[in-house]
Design a protein around this ligand. Sequence first.
Ligand SMILES: [Zn+2]
Length: 255
Amino acid sequence: MLFPDFARPLMSGINVKTPIALTGGKVYRLTLYPELGRDDRSVLVVGMTLQFQFEEADNGLKWFLSEQRKFVDNAVKAIKSVWDDRWRITTGSTAPHRRLRDVGVLFALKTHIDGWHSDDDFEITVKKVPTGTPDSAEVRYRLGNADMMNSANDARNRGGPTKQRAVVHEFGHMLGLNDEYDTNPDFFDNLRHTPNRSWLSDTESVMNAGERVRARHYVPFATWLTQQLATVAKLTTSDVTYRVDGVWDATNARL
Ligand SMILES: [Zn+2]
């Protein structure tokens, strides 16, 4: 477990660039805190606000408020269980303070049900469908919205060795990551993104058919840290590059 010392933020900003976005990313806030009780590690907290809209498809199935709350609760738990604290982001440079050289990652999700909120990053419409309906989900990154079904928290076989809950895969898109399976994008729909074909055989990956967050998926956070420490690097004429698991950065992640 990682415990950020929320009373002492060290630096913050919005994400600089995500693989999906044509221009600078905009949808999540990054804040670095010291790790509570340690002076040699920090915690990067990735904050995002998700607004859920519960829609009854044209099938007579009603959403009860208790079911809506349970859906949101399960979605947040699923996302955090898959995405939190998977990898360390480190730099080999001794120029930054030592607590800045070894960074863990947590996701802080704020949620709303229905209504209008000015602070939402993604508006997620969830349809209630009959049991057994093949589930489908989509994130329209640049519009900041997404569609899911009430089955999005259920693990389904997607052709890989392990099952996958749609919600944990779609969250990867909300972070700006591309599909890693070979989708057939509709080029007439400019809202849909093209797949990343560099990792087609890695079917356990969360952006493919499984639920494993790979080190490469944290690389946008490492890149952000490298940018934040650019002044320190310049002043000390040292290479302050952050890498995930000591290896992965923007030069080799193939995102
Ligand atoms: Zn996808």
